[in-house]
Structure formats: C-alpha cells, structure tokens
Design a protein around this ligand. Structure first.
Ligand code: PEP
Ligand code: MG
Length: 312
C-alpha cells in the first residue's frame, strides 16, 4: 500500500478509482523553468510565450525565439509541452502588434486575431517552434489564444501543420467557443479552457479590475456550465479538453472540473501537489457528484460552500 501511495504522489494524476487526469504546469518565463521542470508533472499545459515579446519595440527574431523555445523543450524532453502562440492585446498590449486606438482592447484585435492583421508574426513564431521542437525529445503541441469561431481554429490548425507540427489546438476563452466546442473539436486536435478570459467574457467583467472579483469568481455556475459544454462536446469527439486557467489550481474546484469531464489540469508548479492529493482521495463518481452540486448552486459562494460541505 505504501508503494501505491508513493506512486500516486509522483506518477500521472489519478482519481482514487484510477481515472487518469493529466497534471501539467503553466510556464510564463524562462526563469520559472527550473522549478517547473523539476515537478513531477506530465509536462507543460500552457507555455505563455508573451514574455519574449513584452517590453520591446520590435518582435524577437526567429533565431531568438528558437533558442528560448528549445530551452523549454529540452528541459521537458520525454514530456508534453503545449505552446500557446502569441496572445497580444487587451491585458498584454504590444507596440508592434496591437493598435493604440481601440476603445475596447479586450474586445478588439487580440490573441489569434492579430495574426490576421500581421500573418508574419505567427509564421515566424511557428517556424521557431518547429525548429526548436525538432530533435528536442519533447512532445510539442501548439494552441491558439482567443478563438471565437471554428473557421479560426481550422485556419490555425492548417498553418501549424504546414510547419510540420502535428498537433494543433484551440483555447476556449470566449463563450461562443465553449457553446460550439464540438465544431471546434471537429477541426483541431484538442481544446484547452482558459478560465481567466472565459470568466471575463461570460460576465462582461474586466479581469484586471479587483472590484469585480465576485463576478470573476471561477466557482460561478455559469462559467462551470460552459466548461461542461466544452468538455462534453470535445469528449464526444474523442478530443482531450484541459483547463489551464487559474481555476485548475484550487483542489476542490479541480475535482469539480474533473467531474465535468475535463481530461487535464494545468496549474502553477507550486499548486500541483495539492491537486494531485485531492484527485487521489476521490473517485470519478465523487467528482461528478461534486460537479452536480456546484452546477445546481445559485451563485459562486453557494457552489463553493456546497462542495466544501460535501468534502467535509
Ligand atoms: C486564460 O485566459 O484563462 C488563460 C489561461 O490565458 P491568460 O491568463 O494568459 O490570458
Ligand atoms: Mg487568456
């Protein structure tokens, strides 16, 4: 039994009855790499690449990008790395990629939308990712931020594959993408729910405003309903559906997300152990019951309370 417990502490994430839930880490700077790589995660679920582009007048060259991506891929040789292409705009403005005259930048040309305006940025980044992936030993997946409609996901997947990168996915950060997750899953290989932006767009509440924290609470039943839609529709097509927003880092909420059908959870490295322990202590049936309780609640506080009470 002791060996079994040890395996649960270090192996892939599993519920008490053995249902696998991939546990991955979020990575947003090379400085975080040593801590991220030494965790017992199955890889990186969200590699935010904005750090290479922020605070500079021009985009980094392909060579510079290749070198940075290669550091990450070699540190994760034998594991998966989900690279997110540049998410410029809104809370991540860049002088060379975002327009200064937008009145509502969160609703403007941001994320994948910048690639339509400046195709060269995405092409260079994909070339750098492909160059760095080659021979690195990592299983490199690529995903797009801020996808709203299936056509965007299809065009992105086509461009990714044209670079010889075999796995292309779409983030689910916009309610329209969650509601039509099946159509997205039809044209790409996996989905990853970004609960930070999905909450912002579901509640029409600026994610950078602390005064709106109640609306942005990841326990909001409406948000969970959209996660369920994405997990269900992606699952029906046999596609992995992960969560990489901050919601995945709360152990009780991680159980709820698992109950909703999510197949992987990506968190800050320091949060992984608690999420792993919570999963190991509950069956998939427990998770489904907790998800039902949260969905039935009238608001976020009630959802959290109901689940906490059930957990004892
Ligand atoms: C999200 O929106 O939930 C997400 C994971 O991406 P970011 O926080 O970088 O916008
Ligand atoms: Mg986001």
């Amino acid at each position: 039994r002791r060996r079994e417990r040890a395996a649960r502490a270090h192996g892939p994430g599993r519920t008490a009855d053995g249902h696998p839930v991939k546990l991955l880490v979020n990575l947003g700077a090379l400085g975080e790499l040593p801590a991220a790589a030494t965790t017992d995660s199955e890889g990186v679920g969200l590699f935010r690449t904005e750090f290479l582009f922020l605070d500079r007048a021009e985009a980094p060259t392909e060579e510079e990008q290749t070198a940075a991506y290669r550091e990450v891929f070699t540190a994760f040789a034998g594991r998966r790395v989900v690279v997110r292409t540049l998410d410029a705009g809104a809370d991540k403005p860049l002088p060379f990629a975002t327009a200064a005259d937008e009145q509502n930048p969160a609703l403007g040309v941001r994320g994948l939308r910048t690639a339509a305006r400046d195709p060269h940025l995405l092409e260079t980044q994909l070339a750098a990712i492909a160059g760095a992936a080659e021979g690195s030993g990592a299983e490199v997946w690529v995903m797009a931020p801020m996808v709203s409609v299936p056509r965007e996901a299809a065009e992105f997947a086509e461009r990714v594959r044209a670079h010889g990168l075999p796995v292309a996915g779409s983030m689910v950060e916009v309610p329209a993408a969650a509601l039509r997750a099946g159509a997205l899953a039809d044209v790409c290989d996996f989905l990853s729910v970004g609960t930070n932006d999905l909450a912002q767009y579901t509640f029409a509440a600026d994610r950078t405003l602390g005064s709106l924290a109640d609306l942005l609470d990841p326990w909001q039943p409406a948000l969970l309903e959209l996660v369920r839609a994405a997990a269900r529709e992606g699952g029906r097509r046999g596609r992995p559906v992960g969560v990489c927003g901050e919601a995945a880092a709360d152990p009780a909420l991680a159980l709820v997300l698992t109950g909703l059908g999510v197949t992987s959870l990506s968190t800050a490295p320091g949060r992984l152990a608690d999420v792993r322990a919570a999963l190991a202590a509950h069956t998939r049936r427990d998770c489904r019951r907790l998800a039902d309780l949260a969905l039935a609640a009238p608001d976020a506080a009630a959802a959290r309370d109901a689940v906490r009470r059930a957990l004892g």
